[in-house]
Design a protein around this ligand. Structure first.
Ligand code: PLP
Length: 379
């Protein structure tokens, strides 16, 4: 299975051959070349090859190298551009999406934005189903990026009216009327093209950027494509040496209890209550080394700390990942290199994360250290 992934990686490499900065396999020199150099043939070739940023304060504090992959630098502004690109590529390769066809997905956030960019750049239509609990801002953004958006009642996954099932049925209706290739439900949760994006791009980039010196990786999960794909690659290439930890805003003592997730958190984009097909191989092989429970208090404090200490304007899931990386570094001890992903920026969440009223409503005002309260600039 891994060999197959490597073959696909090679195919992607050939596709990107005009962009020297993005070429693989890399030379030591290519690691230092910024993604801004070279020419990307269209938007999709500008996805990935993000910088790996040393979080200086946390690295000095832990005497480790704590590194964050700057996924907010992708064209759609998040790590989900990688998955969006891969699920569309996969549909094309399997003949499920013909020119001018329609992509249908159930998503409330970054995947929809990534898909909107990818679909526009390739001439596909995009239909998004989302729970009607989402903000008008998200609906407006997707619509202005060209998507047709259907907010539907927020019901559990088991209910046939759940937004994911409605998305599947929409694609089926189009296909049965217009034939194979007219539409595809990209199904980010259980479509393993999602994890493959990270097996073939994010994982190798981390390995190359650290010259193989990475000791541990950690991040939270939504579909789990990121955690599973990066874990699979790093475990394989390091022959099991690199450790991998699942971070989660909920209280879970063991990764095998994933099904028991419940409760709500401020960290948007993460927290899925079931083991997706993207995560299943890691759960079955027991390749995760443990899990960390990161409270909302720690995540929100890290949003403010990253801004103040590192100049990084991060969303709450990225801040949670940074807390997890710091805790893994502390656990492993000085001299280790710990990597995480900085999924997106705070831009889409600023009206909450920096609002006094919102912080109070979530009982999080007290989590902001006094010297950082100056960043609470919204009423
Ligand atoms: C901001 C943010 N962080 C983290 C994730 C989780 O990534 P994954 O779906 O690969 O687990 C998502 C997914 O949508 C996200 O939007």
């Amino acid at each position: 299975m891994f060999r197959q992934s490597v073959r696909r990686f090679a195919t992607t490499t050939a596709r990107r051959a005009v962009a020297p900065a993005a070429a693989h396999p890399p030379t030591p020199r290519s690691i230092a070349i910024s993604k801004a150099q070279g020419i990307s043939r269209g938007l999709t070739e500008a996805i990935g090859n993000t910088p790996l940023i040393r979080l200086n304060k946390l690295s000095d504090q832990t005497k480790c190298e704590v590194l964050g992959k700057a996924e907010f630098m992708n064209p759609g502004g998040s790590i989900k551009d990688r998955a969006a690109h891969y699920v569309v590529l996969d549909a094309e390769e399997r003949g499920l999406l013909k020119p001018g066809g329609t992509v249908v997905e159930g998503t409330a956030g970054n995947t929809g934005i990534g898909l909107a960019h990818v679909c526009r750049s390739k001439g596909y239509k995009l239909v998004i189903y989302m729970p009607n609990t989402q903000s008008q801002g998200k609906i407006d953004l997707l619509r202005l990026l060209g998507a047709e958006v259907y907010p539907v009642p927020a019901v559990a996954f088991e209910n046939p009216e759940n937004y994911n099932h409605q998305a599947r049925r929409h694609a089926e209706r189009l296909t049965s009327g217009q034939g194979k290739g007219a539409a595809v439900w990209t199904n980010q949760f259980d479509n393993t093209a999602n994890r493959r994006a990270h097996v073939e791009t994010t994982g190798p980039e981390i390995w190359e950027q650290t010259a193989g010196k990475v000791d541990a990786f950690t991040c939270a999960t939504g579909t789990a494509g990121t955690l599973a794909g990066i874990t699979a690659y790093l475990k394989q290439v390091s022959e099991g040496r690199v450790k991998s930890f699942l971070a989660d805003p909920r209280d879970r003592s063991c990764t095998r209890q994933l099904k028991d997730r419940s409760g709500s958190s401020i960290t948007e984009g993460i927290g899925q209550g079931r083991i997706t097909d993207n995560l299943a191989p890691e759960m079955e092989s027991g390749s995760l080394d443990g899990s960390l429970n990161i409270s909302d208090e720690k995540s929100i404090e890290m949003v403010y700390r990253c801004l103040d200490e590192e100049g990084l304007y991060l969303g709450a899931s990225s801040a949670l990942n940074v807390v997890a990386a710091k805790e893994v570094a502390e656990k492993m001890g000085p001299g280790h290199t710990v990597v995480t992903v900085l999924c997106d920026g705070a831009y889409r969440y600023a009206d909450r994360l920096f609002s006094r009223k919102w912080l109070e409503s979530k009982n999080l005002l007290g989590a902001i250290p006094k010297h950082l309260e100056k960043y609470i600039v919204l009423p």
